[in-house]
Design a protein around this ligand. Structure first.
Ligand code: SF4
Ligand code: FES
Length: 187
């Protein structure tokens, strides 16, 4: 069992465990969007960056795709990682609607929570024209999606591929144009 240190506290973790799960053993929650314990790791959102020190060498790594190893020292809340996460969040918020009071997820939204936690209270791009996407998208018999609120974490895409095996969802387009669509209607 690897013995490592997270934010100065020692923890023994099962071999092969990633740093998000290792931190949870100490009740430390590392911010993340794309990672889910039940799905494959894609490492796409970059929110889970942490500082890692191994044998005196420091680097930054994504916690979801880094396995805990003996002797590692992990820092989850340094100024370096806070700055990196702030940059990631700014990109997410560039085109995301900011009408939080009317959103069903207000108060239970990790985009909103992380944004506040990282002190990004005033946008540096208030005049930037936001990219508009489909507001009412039928992605199945029971689900309607507001595409402008999707952060393209692909958890739902992986769920349909890996859990239900139905594979009906996919991401189409790149960068700010990337959008979740039903693959059966967009072959
Ligand atoms: S709709 Fe899918 S890809 Fe978009 S934020 Fe939700 S789970 Fe992630
Ligand atoms: S949770 Fe690690 S990159 Fe998304």
């Amino acid at each position: 069992m690897p013995l490592l240190e997270i934010d100065g506290k020692p923890v023994d973790v099962p071999a092969g465990m990633n740093l998000i799960e290792a931190a949870r053993l100490l009740n430390v929650e590392i911010p993340h969007y794309c990672y889910h314990a039940g799905l494959t790791v894609v490492g796409s959102c970059r929110m889970c960056q942490v500082e890692v020190e191994v044998g005196g060498r420091k680097s930054v790594a994504i916690a979801c795709n880094t396995k805990a190893a003996d002797g590692m020292k992990i820092i989850t809340k340094s100024e370096t990682v806070q700055k990196l996460r702030r940059s990631v969040l700014e990109f997410y918020l560039q085109h995301h609607p900011l009408d939080c009071p009317i959103c069903d997820d207000a108060g239970e939204c990790d985009l909103q929570n992380y944004y506040m936690e990282h002190g990004l209270h005033d946008s540096r791009m208030p005049l930037l024209e936001k990219k508009h996407k489909h507001k009412v998208m039928d992605v199945g018999p029971n689900i309607v999606l507001d595409s402008e609120r999707c952060v393209v974490c692909t958890r739902c895409v992986r769920f349909c591929r890996e859990i239900t095996g139905t594979g009906e969802l996919g991401v189409f387009g790149h960068g700010r144009d990337a959008e979740l669509l039903n693959v059966r209607e967009n072959p």
